[in-house]
Design a protein around this ligand. Structure first.
Ligand SMILES: [Zn+2]
Length: 381
């Protein structure tokens, strides 16, 4: 284990952080992220390479533009320093000299998710290109993870991704039902709608993941064959889902563990497939999302940022540590919310950044927390 590796990781992280600042600013504004070069937002002064050295340039210039002396936000060097610190931690935990390339996909995924989380804080959106991009890298990268401690292999990564997506989808749907006081949605998307995931959740609880997946396929096929959106109302579906979950404890169903896992993973799979379809659909036909009135439908394509983010997190954590990360995210979010209220308000922070924070904590401390928890229950050890 050489210091050189860590230094290299820190420099690489700072450079990626610097590029990340460009992405965070330009991606949500639909500007090119490679061209033109960086300029001062106040006077348009073109930044020279010497003014673009991560962290150091900002410090050397005293946090001001060299041309107009207007202040430059400290957020830029902070993002660079954060990325450098994360890269050093990841390489320290999975040094390439010991575990080969296992850490590389993780670096790329964490970099993309930090950018996505900061865009979420600014614009309340997690860009699909970052979440789906990171999901692809995380799933493909799981093939490199074989043998590296604490990183899931391909099967566990896929199960983790489906679990992450499914848990967030179910929170999203059940939470939405409660907020709407159990009224149905007006969502009528064709051919991929919420119905595939909703039905998969019910049938998956009774028959396991494969039957859940099949139920979603039947729903999609029925839509395609009839050229209409055939759907069950959500209050009905989630009423049935509760009954199905109760039945998992009886001999009618596959058993509680398999039923819950089947319900979550089948629903997650159809949520992701639907989200992927709508992402590609909007890429191919830009502006299509603006044609339909926003009031008319609940957009599957845009509202599922946290579902996609959770899929990425599950893919590199595995399902057990994903649940630890989710618990930490909810706890930190609640504490911060209470703190904010006591301090007399402040900006609303979306859930995405908390989710990423919880996941990063779970990546390093998840196994210790799981061991501590089961120790508390008196199981294992
Ligand atoms: Zn300037």
């Amino acid at each position: 284990m050489t210091t050189l590796q860590l230094v290299f990781a820190g420099v690489l992280g700072a450079l990626i952080g610097s590029f990340g600042n460009v992405v965070i600013w330009r991606l949500p504004r639909r500007e090119s992220i490679v061209f033109p070069g960086s300029r001062c937002p106040h006077c348009g002064h073109r930044l020279s390479p010497l003014e673009l050295v991560p962290v150091l340039s900002w410090l050397a210039l005293g946090g001001r533009c060299r041309a107009c002396r207007e202040p430059i936000s400290p957020r830029y060097p902070l993002v660079e320093a954060l990325m450098a610190a994360l890269f050093v931690l990841l390489v320290w935990r999975w040094p390439p000299t010991e575990h080969g390339a296992a850490v590389l996909p993780l670096l790329a995924v964490v970099a993309m998710l930090v950018m996505a989380a900061l865009i979420d804080i600014d614009h309340f959106v997690l860009p699909d290109v970052l979440t789906f991009g990171a999901l692809g890298v995380a799933l493909a990268g799981s093939f490199l993870a074989a043998g590296a401690p604490g990183l899931p292999g391909p099967g566990a990564a896929l199960a983790g991704a489906l679990t992450g997506a499914g848990v967030l989808l179910l929170i999203n749907r059940v939470g939405g039902l409660v907020l709407r006081r159990f009224a149905d949605t007006r969502e009528r998307l064709f051919p991929f709608s919420l119905d595939q995931a909703n039905l998969a959740a019910v049938v998956g609880a009774l028959g396991g993941v494969w039957w859940g997946l099949a139920a979603g396929a039947v729903s999609l096929l029925a839509n395609l064959l009839t050229r209409r959106v055939l759907r069950l109302s959500e209050p009905l579906v989630y009423g049935l889902w509760l009954v199905a979950l109760l039945l998992t404890t009886t001999s009618f169903a596959v058993g509680t563990a398999e039923g819950v896992a089947g319900s979550v993973m089948a629903a997650g799979a159809w949520a992701l497939v639907g989200a992927l379809y709508w992402w590609v659909h909007d890429l191919v036909r830009p502006g299509a999302e603006e044609e339909v009135g926003e009031e008319e439908q609940e957009p599957v394509a845009m509202g599922f940022g946290d579902v996609k983010l959770a899929a990425v997190l599950g893919a590199f954590l595995g399902w057990e540590r994903f649940l630890v990360g989710l618990f930490l995210a909810v706890s930190v979010g609640a504490l911060f919310g209470v703190g904010q209220r006591l301090a007399g308000g402040g900006r609303v922070i979306p859930f995405g950044p908390y989710l990423l924070l919880g996941a990063l904590l779970a990546l390093f401390f998840g196994d210790a927390i799981i061991a501590w928890y089961f120790g508390l229950l008196g199981v294992g050890a």
